[in-house]
Design a protein around this ligand. Sequence first.
Ligand code: TXA
Ligand code: MG
Length: 348
Amino acid sequence: LQINENEIGQEAEIKKIEEAGEILRSGGLVAFPTETVYGLGGDALHKEGAKKIYKAKGRPSDNPLIIHIIRLEDLSRIVTGVTPIIEKLLDRFWPGPLTIILKKTEEVPYETSGGLDTVAIRMPDHKIARAIIDSGGGFIAAPSANTSGKPSPTSAAHVVDDLSGRIDMVVDGGEVEIGVESTILDLTVEPPMILRPGAITKEMLEEILPKVVDDPGFQKENERQSPKAPGMKYRHYAPKATLYIVSGKSDEAVDKINQLAAADTKRGLKVGIIGTKENMEQYSEGVIKCIGSRKSGIDIARHLYKVLREFDTEEVDVIYSESFEESGIGKAIMNRLLKAASHQIINS
Ligand code: TXA
Ligand code: MG
């Protein structure tokens, strides 16, 4: 079942939202768009909902889910420890791409929190998501709606590719706006710690909180410390082809990629290239895909998972990607790209 963006606010749409709500309230699964990526929703306060989600995704059950809400006053039912400064933080960033972690209440089943005493909460800023959460009872557990091990879905087609036949409904809201998952901030530690970088950056959080630190565990593959967010430790996604990130100045990286592509092609390999709009004309060898403009991290984030998914159907042997500045949302982009490349970097 699908819903179209231009149906929003119309009778057909209202009917589908109601239907989605009914499915959720009776323990079923509905995939829906959010501003970050598509989520796979189930009832967060009933353990059967969470169990079904793990099964549909093929996800390990110790990897906790995020509870999605739409009203601030609903927070006290599921978490404790909301201080005035946390209220200020939420006032500034919710609804939006920020997930917070706090101590859970007894209302949250351990199935939802992956066995932990803490739980992740997010209030999305997307009209369809909000309507579905509301209609589904107000507390919807939703991980990204991909099969475990694939990039998060940024369109309904990606969800259908991964989960068709395993869930009850897919609501189509077109392509998402942000394209990388929400920033996860652990508020149970002092100073608060970013467990997963996203569109809300450390600098933005520090406009409200005096100090925020990055989880050292997500920063480098070779760090001995394992990441604090259980989901960040799983080998997330690896393209079928070997992916290398070519670092260095844009011009030099382009030259290096062209040299590598020429050599590989000569050896009989099929090469893929992830380039930016500014450099497109300089590539000639292999399957060349544009990820967006260097001038806009937002643009690159939005296309990242789509491009990675496309390469899986191109049957290339090796992919070379330009690298991106780690400022703003660039930190999230490089975090995801480095994981996909198993941290293989070639210096230009
Ligand atoms: O943008 C998003 O956050 C999307 C949309 C659908 O809202 N959701 C999403 O969910 O990315 P998921 O399940 O794919 O990622 C949730 C991450 C996992 O890495 C998980 O381990 C971590 O959050 N997490 C959840 N609860 C946690 C907790 N109590 N402590 C530490 N990490 C937690
Ligand atoms: Mg995920």
